[in-house]
Design a protein around this ligand. Structure first.
Ligand code: PLP
Length: 366
């Protein structure tokens, strides 16, 4: 049984993207596999990245960490970006070989205490510095507190010092250089010998000054353009297509779908396709969405409903469009970034918004 919507995921292309970054960057290249590899399926992807030589992985939460830990060898480092949450025992990390990213003095204190209580030597952790995101991480005054209170780091082996950029997808944004400067200053002030990491996908393309000793790409591995203003250097990974269920002739008396939001001005023809918001299509595609059918662009008409979406195929030759044909929504003729733009969002949200209903077809790594 295959669903009327299909997502194709080219695992070999993900591996090719990781290898391309590794060739271009002299720092270590980690892989961010949080949110189930941005919705694409960590079970198929993480082992392929391991086989390609990737040794460092990042997830967001402990739950994700427990899911990924068994997919990769014990020799690979698995960082949990959120670190231990309030009320969560640090022992979960210690018992399962998860390395926390410590984002606050409170987390540092808790991790040091747990490591000393275990009594098996220093426990590894990353320290996250806030250089301008104001989200997670230690800000300048907290770095001073840490420097003034060395006992806070007792029992902790700091294996990475990291920060995150706010505007890396805008190469000319002054915040990039500002954050790089703050990162340099704060990490020097800490005086640890640990490797440093600042850039994610877009940050890599700001140049070698942003690479330090490790880069942390996520979305670029999955084919999203890390430099929105430039041609995409990454290999496409994801395809999305859906099957035509019905074709019908319409005239100017007819409206299409919920809310009667679209009315034909003249005689025409529609194709109703088996994909909707329960598959991950955004309702905000209304008035802007496009599909590719028989090599031509066809506009979406009316609202996206839960299971169905309608396209105007009047411009295609009579009888050319038949039920059972597949319409491309993301593919060679319409990129993920195009589709995200039509949806009024970014590739990240499209990927993580794809649901489990469409059939998933994996092209395995060779
Ligand atoms: C999600 C995330 C990344 C990966 O970001 P991309 O833009 O997808 O490459 C890297 N570092 C941190 C801290 C993150 O939260």
């Amino acid at each position: 049984m295959t669903a009327t919507a299909q997502i194709s995921i080219d695992v070999a292309a993900i591996v090719a993207n990781w290898k391309m970054l590794r060739r271009q960057v002299s720092a270590d290249v980690a892989a961010v596999v949080k949110a189930d590899c941005y919705g694409l399926g960590v079970r198929a992807i993480a082992p392929a990245l391991v086989a390609a030589g990737c040794k460092t992985f990042f997830v967001a939460t402990v739950e994700e960490g427990l899911g990924v830990r068994d997919l990769i060898p014990a020799s690979c480092t698995l960082f949990v970006l959120g670190g231990p949450t309030p009320g969560e025992p640090c022992t979960v990390f210690l018992e399962h070989g998860l390395t926390p990213v410590l984002n606050s003095l409170g987390q540092i204190e808790a991790w040091g205490k747990a490591a000393r209580a275990r009594g098996r030597g220093a426990a590894p952790a990353a320290l996250h510095l806030d250089t301008g995101m104001c989200r997670l991480g230690l800000h300048a005054a907290e770095v001073e507190r840490l420097v003034a209170t060395p006992r806070l780091l007792e029992g902790i082996a700091s294996t990475l010092v990291m920060s995150h950029l706010a505007c890396a997808d805008e190469p000319d944004h002054p915040k990039n250089e500002e954050q790089r400067g703050v990162f340099h200053t704060l990490s020097e002030r800490l005086g640890l010998s640990a490797p440093r990491s600042l850039g994610a996908s877009s940050g890599i393309f700001l140049g070698p000054a942003y690479h330090f000793q490790m880069v942390r790409p996520g979305v670029a591995l999955y084919g999203v353009n890390p430099q929105p203003e430039r041609p995409n250097p990454m290999v496409p990974v994801v395809g999305l297509r859906a099957q035509i269920l019905q074709v019908r002739d319409v005239d100017s008396a007819m409206t299409i779908g919920y809310g009667a939001s679209h009315r034909f001005r003249a005689k025409g023809r529609t194709a109703t396709v088996g994909i909707g918001y329960a598959d991950g299509l955004f309702r905000s595609l209304q008035g802007r969405g496009r599909g590719i059918l028989l090599g031509s662009e066809v506009p979406m008409v009316g609202r996206v409903s839960m299971d169905l979406t309608t396209f105007d195929v009047s411009a295609l030759p009579l009888d050319a469009v038949q039920p059972g044909m597949w319409m491309e929504l993301i593919g060679p003729r319409q990129t993920l970034d195009d589709f995200a733009w039509q949806s009024g969002t970014i590739g990240y949200e499209i990927l993580t918004g794809l649901t489990q209903r469409p059939t998933r077809l994996y092209t395995e790594a060779p």
